[in-house]
Design a protein around this ligand. Structure first.
Ligand code: IPE
Ligand code: IPE
Ligand code: MG
Length: 242
């Protein structure tokens, strides 16, 4: 489907790409292969987001809690980060995609940190789709970091505590300058946020497709976008009754 097929589109879509482990299990494959399969559909999903002229797409790739998984699985995910950027960065840059990493890069191994920094630097001046990839990301960690930055500025006398408001806090988040999430999609039927974009999802619409992430297609994406278009967003107010 194309932009004109939708009555309304979100400005910012968040996706919790969940279900790689269950997909691997269902296909009697090692979990690492489930994660690898989970990068195969990404190109099409990103392309479609770009074609629809949605402004921002945030993908949850690795949470601050995912370090609890086995060393083998963590290593496979870390390798996937390198492979993904090596194969995709040229096309993303050509399409003027601007990449932002959400999460603490300093907590990642050196190679991954360098790859992610390079992706951000190389695409910093692009004016197309804002592609946010959450790696070593936690919503609470993001809020703590913002609170600390504001406290430091107050302690340094640059800011009075009573000047701290929602805009100033939002400006300290990794998503600074971007619109709030309008549509949050989590695949695999799980219905929780798992520490993803806590602040930015304050008024997001949630859609929970049953497909496991590797089975999530452009058609599944269009279905989620149609569900979004039919939602009645009130933001605490009252809309005129139809
Ligand atoms: C999501 O798939 C990807 C990451 C968390 C990195 P999972 O690995 O969580 O898949 P399930 O939930 O075990 O099926
Ligand atoms: C959330 O999925 C993180 C990512 C998709 C990267 P998890 O599979 O880690 O979340 P829980 O543990 O089921 O809440
Ligand atoms: Mg999971």
């Amino acid at each position: 489907m194309e932009r004109s097929d939708f009555a309304r589109l979100p400005r910012h879509v968040g996706i919790i790409m969940d279900g790689n482990g269950r997909w691997a299990k269902a296909h009697k494959l090692a979990v690492a292969l489930g994660h690898r399969q989970g990068t195969e559909n990404l190109r099409e999903i990103i392309r479609h987001t770009d074609d629809l002229k949605i402004e921002a797409l945030s993908l949850y790739a690795f949470s601050t809690e995912n370090w609890r998984r086995s060393p083998d699985e963590v290593a496979a995910l870390m390798q996937l980060i390198l492979d993904y950027f090596a194969s995709e960065i040229d096309e993303l840059d050509e399409k003027h995609v601007r990449i932002t990493i959400l999460g603490d890069k300093s907590g990642l191994p050196e190679k991954q940190r360098a790859t992610l920094l390079n992706a951000e630097d190389r695409t910093r001046h692009n004016d197309g789709l804002r592609l946010n990839i959450a790696i070593n990301y936690g919503g609470r960690a993001e809020l703590v970091r913002a609170a600390r930055a504001l406290a430091q500025r107050a302690a340094a006398g640059e800011l009075r505590p009573e000047e701290i408001d929602e805009d100033r806090l939002a400006a300290e988040l990794w998503t600074a300058g971007q619109p709030d999430v309008d549509l949050l999609i989590r695949t695999s039927g799980e219905m929780r946020l798992s520490n993803f974009l806590l602040w930015q999802c304050a008024y997001a619409e949630f859609v929970f497709p049953e497909e496991l992430w590797p089975d999530f297609s452009v058609a599944s994406y269009d279905r989620a976008l149609q569900v979004y278009a039919a939602r009645d967003r009130r933001f605490g107010g009252r809309n005129a009754q139809a």
